[in-house]
Design a binder for this molecule. Structure first.
Ligand code: 1CP
Length: 350
């Protein structure tokens, strides 16, 4: 990677340079869920695959959809097409994606015995399709832009495993947290080990940057966050960093913890749009690169308003390297793809 970083800044290494807060020719940009339902070519491949998990389990199809936004837009990074719920699926919970409803587990974790029975899945057997997809994608990218591998944070995976799917109240996981904290700690232990092994297998297969999605960190009160979310993020960031892999941590809704998050040993923090980048930068004292954080709904505004919102975000970060432009959460399915072109061109041209 060092050799890559020392070449002149261009599309192939802008993102890696910004992660290290080295000077860049222009701000790099990628978009969470950039391969997804807002793209007609994604919907066509998804139709052919028959189901979302078939898409994830086929390295050829996963590669095809990863490449779709890269071929269409001037994006500065590709992200592995997969899902955070592959780990619990490999643990035997029986994952299904119900059309219009999202993920569902046939066997959610509802007892201490079920937690004690969980084992770290071997990323080279039950999850082999993931490193296989990484290799296929690296090959297809041919060095055009770096590839991001990812996993869910232990806390966020625990939420889905205990709730059994998306949740509004998080009653089951919070009940476990307060009534059987030692059992939740055990669940987080096996998940932290699983995520580490899984991410290292992605890196061995060619992922150049690793990202942790702590999508549900923000549902915790500060004290619970410090006990049940932050420690596993810190442990993972530290152990991956020892392997010299750039790590991005996205803990959605956890902006009250920016100071602590900026010291876990990650290279960048992903941010949602509930804080300005300038504020976040001051709070993290320029210790770490920042990724984000335009409200995804900005893509519904007119092209002219969108350009202004993009420029406002860039201006808010201010002068100096260390900003990776992104949305504050995933792009929504009914967005007009042409708006993504407007966004990317504005970031690069601003
Ligand atoms: O085709 C379809 O209908 C499925 C929609 C879809 C897609 C495109 C799901 C189901 N997952 C994905 C891909 C995905 N998921 C990626 C691909 C890479 C990219 O282009 O960005 C990534 C990084 C994820 C990560 C993911 N999955 C997260 C973390 C990020 C976030 O959104 O907070 C979460 C929470 C999931 C769970 C999940 N998978 C799918 C859905 C609809 C959900 C959310 C369920 C809920 O509402 O709680």
């Amino acid at each position: 990677m060092n050799e890559l970083l020392h070449r002149a800044s261009g599309r192939h290494n802008r993102f890696l340079r910004a992660l290290k807060r080295l000077p860049v020719d222009t701000t790099p940009v990628w978009i969470m869920r950039q391969a997804g339902r807002y793209l007609p070519e994604y919907r066509a491949t998804r139709e052919r695959a028959g189901s979302f998990m078939n898409l994830c389990r086929s390295p050829e199809l996963a590669c095809e959809v990863t490449m779709q936004p890269i071929d269409r837009f001037d994006l500065d990074a590709a992200i592995l097409f997969s899902d955070i719920l592959t780990i619990p699926d490999a643990m035997g919970l029986g994952l299904d994606f119900v059309e219009g409803e999202g993920p569902r587990f046939a066997r959610p974790i509802r007892s201490v015995d079920a937690i004690n029975d969980l084992r770290v899945p071997d990323p080279l057997t039950s999850l082999r399709y993931v490193p296989d997809a990484v290799r296929t994608i690296r090959n297809a990218l041919g060095g055009r832009v770096p590839l991001i591998g990812f996993a869910g944070s232990p806390w966020t995976l625990a939420c889905y495993m205990v709730e059994g799917g998306p949740s509004e109240r998080f009653a089951h996981i919070k009940q476990l947290m307060w009534d059987r904290p030692e059992a939740l700690t055990r669940l987080l232990r096996v998940l932290t080990d699983s995520v580490r092994e899984y991410l290292l297998a992605q890196a061995d297969a060619g992922a150049q940057v690793l990202m942790l999605f702590d999508s549900w960190g923000g549902i915790l009160a500060p004290e619970d966050y410090r006990r049940f979310s932050l420690p596993s993020l810190a442990e993972l960031a530290a152990s991956l960093r020892r392997d010299d892999l750039p790590v991005i941590v996205f803990s959605r809704g956890a902006n009250t913890h920016l100071d602590a998050l900026s010291q876990v040993g990650a290279d960048a923090l992903g941010l949602d749009w509930s804080i300005g980048l300038g504020d976040a930068r001051r709070q993290t004292q320029d210790r770490i690169a920042l990724q984000g954080n335009l409200d995804p709904a900005a893509l519904y505004a007119s092209p002219e308003a969108l350009r202004n919102l993009v420029r406002r975000t860039l201006f808010d970060y201010g002068i100096g390297s260390g900003h990776i432009f992104n949305l504050g959460h995933g792009i929504t399915p009914d967005v007009n793809p042409e708006q993504v072109r407007v966004l990317v061109e504005t970031v690069h041209g601003a």
